[in-house]
Design a protein around this ligand. Structure first.
Ligand SMILES: Cc1cc2nc3c(=O)[nH]c(=O)nc-3n(C[C@H](O)[C@H](O)[C@H](O)COP(=O)(O)OP(=O)(O)OC[C@H]3O[C@@H](n4cnc5c(N)ncnc54)[C@H](O)[C@@H]3O)c2cc1C
Length: 325
């Protein structure tokens, strides 16, 4: 995609992380069936990860898959799936074993989103957007040939899946078109059009925005090459995720401050909306708090937080005051 304009929804999450996960863990047949369709734009993919019981604890998924002959039968609910209503296929994490600790009883499947047994509801947000969806899965049959990776090996697939998501710009498979140095959303452009460029502090804000851009790109590159060579652990993708979350939120604030009172004028497009939604970058793809946990525990080797679900069969882990039957 380098050098081309592209609809971002064809890239994220279809090509990265979904196609990347298929390339890493899919069978030859799965790759031959889906990768060309993804590249043609004939299949748009989404991620069925988060559940109503909480998205941070991905390994605590309670959507269940039970083996039935050559099929698996899935029941449960997923939520916050961006764009599920217009998408074709999903990568779905489900629980296949309740009698082992939570990370060891998960399996990843692929499934068509629009089929009997899957209800897709669009969630209307405060700003009127209806992009996010919740899906209810009732007795959805998935052939074993649509399983990705080993049975109960879903956490191995899942950790790679999440690191592809967090390292988008340095994905080993997907190129990202270079951003123009000056776009109509850059603070320089906004300050010139709003007439604030000579106001005190505005040049500092412009400099800060540029610094965040340069540091962010350098950090992603360093993480990408370090992980590819095995010099730094895969979990280090959380460092890039943390920086991106904080930087995007700060850059939305900078745009807002540079535009001043003019921010709500139509000519500034969505700068005001972006400011109101700035915390999104600290939540989507796993929150920045969770990234801090991963960095401290998995990258820096600091002591792990006390966990009541450690080495306990998932069935015995209390959830919402109850244990599963
Ligand atoms: C723009 C966007 C797009 C998204 N797209 C998708 C998608 O396509 N598919 C999908 O499956 N999901 C998607 N999500 C959902 C996203 O992955 C979840 O919102 C996120 O993982 C957090 O889960 P939650 O909202 O359930 O919050 P919770 O997990 O309930 O967390 C609530 C708060 O508690 C904090 N917290 C929880 N546990 C800990 C802990 N152990 N230590 C410290 N703090 C903790 C969290 O950081 C958060 O602040 C998207 C979200 C956004 C914003």
């Amino acid at each position: 995609m380098a050098g081309f304009e592209y609809p971002s929804r064809c890239q994220v999450p279809t090509l990265s992380p979904c196609a990347a996960v298929l390339l890493d863990f899919g069978t030859e047949e799965q790759k031959r069936t889906h990768i060309p369709a993804m590249l043609r734009g004939a299949e748009i993919w989404m991620q069925f990860l988060s559940e109503p019981s909480g998205g941070s604890d991905v390994a605590g998924a309670v959507t269940t898959a039970v083996r039935d002959g050559d099929d698996w039968v899935l029941n449960g609910a997923k939520i916050w799936t961006t764009g599920a209503w217009y998408s074709d296929w999903a990568l779905c994490l489900a629980r296949t074993n309740w009698d082992v600790p939570k990370h060891r009883g998960l399996t990843v499947f692929i499934l068509p989103i629009h089929q009997p047994g899957i209800e897709v509801h669009q969630i209307e947000m405060l700003n009127g957007a209806r992009e996010f969806c919740q899906e209810f899965l009732t007795d959805v049959r998935v052939p074993d040939s649509d399983r990705i990776g080993e049975v109960d090996g879903g956490w191995t697939v899942g950790t790679r899946w999440m690191s592809h998501e967090r390292l988008l710009a340095e994905s080993p498979y997907v190129t990202v078109p270079a951003k123009p140095a000056i776009s109509d959303r850059s603070p320089v452009e906004i300050a010139c059009r709003a007439g604030t460029v000579d106001e005190p502090g505005v040049r500092d804000l412009i400099g800060e925005d540029r610094m965040l851009d340069i540091v962010g790109s350098a950090l992603q590159r360093r993480l990408g090459t370090g992980m590819a060579s095995g010099r730094i652990p895969e979990q280090s993708a959380a460092i890039g995720r943390l920086f991106r979350g904080i930087a995007e939120s700060r850059r939305a604030t900078i745009e807002f401050e540079v535009a001043g009172d003019a921010v709500w004028d139509e000519e500034f497009g969505d700068a005001g909306d972006v400011f109101l939604m700035r915390q999104v970058s600290c939540i989507g793809g796993g929150t920045t708090e969770m990234a801090r946990n991963v960095i401290s525990e998995r990258v820096l080797g600091m002591p792990r937080e006390a966990r009541s679900d450690h080495n306990v069969p998932f069935r015995e882990v209390p959830r919402g005051g109850r244990r599963s039957s």
